[in-house]
Write a protein that binds this ligand. Structure first.
Ligand code: SAH
Length: 349
């Protein structure tokens, strides 16, 4: 049990809800300032840290507006979290003017390190240390919210770690954010390398919020996928088709897509045979969105980027075949903040 839970043992249940609400109130800066709590309780809580994460270092990209923060946890462990900001045009009905609005997407980590060991990812090379607590996940959000002094538009759980292997803490953290902010479930995407038992579990778990899912596929051919993702289980692709159909039956909503993430690696998973295999698989998945990802360099032996022309050829082919398909625009490469590059050891000085 954590210290806050211990201190609240004899308190009514709604006290925790009041505290969680205050966590997201930017005018409150410590437990003593939560005016909805009785004075004695505030006194008891006053020495608790207001955030479970402390900023250790922060880097700003010089080529785009990406920021990456190295955060320190109470036991001295470090994690990274990323902020991606971009301007987009806001719909303005009845007017010919399109005001520009700034959109902020944060990428949060779910574990310290990662046990999955995907060959292309830098996080796996650090190894696995521990799961993040609920507060440590929530507080990556609060950290950016305070830094931005305002609204975060989207959350992607695509930082360090495998979110589905930290199921309970992830679920609690997402529910706390959803219950206390304006973020809706379709503004949250959780990315997983695909853990079948946990994917099954979340379909029968009424408390798991209806967020969007992205599956790190990276190959629609079993042998290739197994080679680059050691976590791959035999018949995962068959499982994925069946799971997607059950998922859509459960959530018959037009806004809930299933994302397939496809990292393109030269000579590994990017020839015509792989493209046809992806097309065949994607045809069996209802409401699918394919996201082609250029490889961000992680010094992984023998791996290199598929050419931009080839990525575009795949994109056009898949679009013509009727799929929603995008090419991921990598941000923050100069500060090693792009997908797969989070390993805490970038030179922050
Ligand atoms: N464990 C989860 C979430 C973390 S990785 C997962 O596997 O989905 C987030 C995304 O970044 C995944 O799609 C992952 O495959 C991708 N990624 C990892 N290494 C990468 C690299 N070197 N270049 C580009 N994308 C990478």
């Amino acid at each position: 049990m954590n210290i806050l839970a211990e201190l609240l043992t004899n308190e009514p249940k709604y006290r925790l809800k009041q505290i969680q609400k205050a966590w997201f109130d930017l005018s409150v800066n410590n437990y003593e300032e939560i005016t909805t709590l009785p004075v004695e309780l505030r006194e008891k809580l006053k020495n608790l840290p207001w955030l479970a994460v402390k900023m250790h270092k922060i880097l700003k990209s010089k080529i785009d507006s990406t920021e990456k923060a190295l955060l320190e946890l109470s036991d001295g462990e470090l994690i990274e979290t990323v902020l991606m900001s971009r301007e987009s045009l806001k719909e303005n009905k009845g007017s010919s003017e399109w005001p520009v609005e700034e959109r902020h997407t944060i990428c949060v980590s779910s574990q310290v390190g990662c046990a999955m060991n995907c060959v292309f990812c830098a996080t796996g090379k650090v190894g696995f240390k521990r799961n993040l607590t609920t507060e440590e996940i929530v507080d990556q959000f609060r950290f950016w919210q305070r830094r931005l002094n305002g609204r975060i538009s989207n959350i992607v759980v695509m930082g360090q770690g495998e979110p589905l292997l930290n199921y309970d803490n992830l679920k609690n953290a997402l529910n706390i954010i959803l219950n206390n902010t304006e973020i809706g479930p379709t503004k949250i995407t959780v990315s997983t390398c695909g853990i079948p038992e946990q994917m099954d579990k979340l379909l029968t778990d009424k408390d798991f919020p209806q967020v969007c899912w992205a599956i790190s596929l990276h190959s629609a051919i079993e042998q290739t996928r197994k080679k680059i993702m050691p976590v791959h289980r035999k018949d995962f692709l068959k499982f994925l088709v069946d799971w997607s159909q059950r998922y859509h039956k459960l959530i018959p909503s037009r806004t809930h897509f299933i994302g397939l993430e496809y990292l393109m690696l030269a000579g590994v998973n990017d020839n015509e045979k792989h493209l046809k295999a992806l097309e065949k698989l994607a045809n069996k998945i209802p409401r699918v969105k394919i996201n082609l990802i250029p490889y961000n360099d992680t010094n992984s032996q023998g791996l290199s980027k598929t050419s931009q022309e080839m990525i575009e050829y795949w994109h056009d082919y898949l679009m013509k075949a009727g799929f929603v398909c995008t090419i991921r625009h990598s941000q923050g490469q100069d500060i090693a903040a792009a997908c797969g590059q989070l390993c805490n050891n970038f030179n922050y000085d």
